[in-house]
Design a protein around this ligand. Structure first.
Ligand SMILES: [Zn+2]
Ligand SMILES: [Zn+2]
Ligand SMILES: [Zn+2]
Ligand SMILES: [Zn+2]
Length: 409
């Protein structure tokens, strides 16, 4: 189940003829899944096991959720917002039959600029197939055979902050009903989401809609993340012609393998003479094949060699990634959040002090160890910006990009 976001790849593949199928599968094995942000067609609730950016967290374990204290920005001391959650089930361990990775981020660009290591948090959560909350999916094709009664556990649902969906241990002092994770969100609701006006009053459906919109505007905009493998279908041809183009324009490149561009990460690593511009150029060439992608998902199989992310610059890579605190095993690269996601979050990312990154790289426990009694395991995030050097392409690269763009028209 690795290298796969919860998606409908299976149904796509079954429509191919056997030859296409084998091609698709062999390509699948190495191709990252690309995620795209779309308007949700149905509510992205926990029971739908969503992959999404923004909105309130859809808690995989509905009984135990994160509190603001666990997701506080250490720069401004205010709760972070859900940036993204991906539903990424695994075959093993059995405990990860359902698996979700949550990425939180401070909405203030100033905090991220000041010290980004204090303004992001990543958590992993998982549940086995048999669990108290969700019926086991019916895997048999014979629908009548296995419709076992499933009674979800009854438990006291944790109170959630009406603004951000984190645990809401505080309540409005006046009505005692509306819950908040923090004083910051209580203040925001009172002053900016009209709770001052509606506290202790009957709220009409229309007014509630307005209030919900105001509250939603305090966190990142919610989008569904849908995914498909990179280089699938007709786009593969484009990718090959791209590789061809790269080869033609780089006759000095030692590798005559058309995969040189496709496997940018690994190959670039081996070439010690590779300079900043080359890494950025490879990044750009790879991304512009599918310019709308917001996520690159590339978790390895347990026995596969570690995969390299698509770096946006040669410098500022992590020297080492800390081992998993639970099992002491290594963490490996799982997915990358591209700067294109900033376009969908409902934040101004043009202003000088706005939220910004080149890419965010999420590393998780390679063994995907069991959490035991814990509901969340903290994982690791690394951030790269576009380097000033990278943005100023060398003359050779600039000429190449110009020719490439001309050829496209
Ligand atoms: Zn902050
Ligand atoms: Zn909150
Ligand atoms: Zn109130
Ligand atoms: Zn572990």
């Amino acid at each position: 189940m690795s290298n796969k976001l919860g998606n409908d790849t299976d149904s796509d593949v079954s429509e191919l003829d056997p030859k296409e199928l084998s091609q698709a599968l062999s390509f699948d094995k190495y191709a990252p899944q690309l995620g795209y942000a779309e308007d949700p067609e149905t509510p992205l609730t926990a029971e739908t096991f969503p992959s999404k950016s923004g909105g309130k967290p859809a808690w995989l374990n509905p009984e135990t959720i994160l509190a603001a204290e666990q997701v506080t920005c250490e720069n401004c001391e205010q709760p972070m917002s859900l940036l993204l959650q991906l539903y990424t089930p695994e075959d093993q361990p059995a405990e990860a039959f359902h698996r979700a990775v949550y990425v939180f981020c401070c909405k203030k660009g100033g905090c991220v600029k000041q010290d980004w290591t204090r303004s992001f948090k990543v958590f992993r959560s998982q549940l086995p197939r048999e669990n108290p909350y969700y019926p086991p999916p019916n895997e048999s094709d014979d629908e009548e055979e296995e419709e076992e009664e499933f009674t979800p556990k009854s438990f006291k649902a944790p109170v959630q902050c009406v603004i951000c969906g984190l645990g809401g241990a505080k309540a409005c002092g006046k009505c005692g009903k509306t819950a908040y994770c923090s004083r910051e969100h209580q203040m925001a609701d009172w002053n900016m989401c009209r709770h001052k006006e509606f506290c202790n009053k009957h709220i009409s459906e229309q007014d509630q809609e307005v209030i919900d919109k105001l509250r939603a505007a305090r966190i990142f905009t919610e989008k569904e993340i849908v995914s498909e493998p990179e280089g699938k279908g007709e786009d593969l041809e484009e990718e090959e012609s791209q590789a061809e183009f790269f080869k033609e324009n780089n006759p000095d490149e030692p590798s005559s393998d058309s995969k040189a561009l496709v496997l940018a990460g690994d190959e670039a690593e081996e070439d010690t003479k590779v300079d900043v511009d080359d890494v950025f150029l490879q990044f750009q060439l790879r991304i512009q094949l599918y310019p709308d992608q917001v996520i690159r998902y590339d978790r390895v199989e347990y026995d596969m060699p570690t995969r390299e992310p698509l770096w946006v610059q040669q410098n500022y890579k992590p020297a080492s990634i800390p081992a998993c605190e639970l099992c002491n095993g290594p963490r490996t690269f799982e997915f990358q959040i591209l700067s294109t996601l900033l376009n969908y979050l409902g934040v101004n990312h043009i202003a000088a002090d706005s939220l910004d990154w080149g890419s965010l790289f999420v590393y998780t426990c390679k063994q995907n160890c069991t959490l035991g009694k814990e509901v969340f395991a903290e994982e690791v995030l690394w951030k790269q910006d576009f380097s000033a050097d990278g943005m100023q392409l060398g003359p050779k690269e600039a000429a190449m990009l110009r020719r490439k763009n001309a050829a496209k028209q």
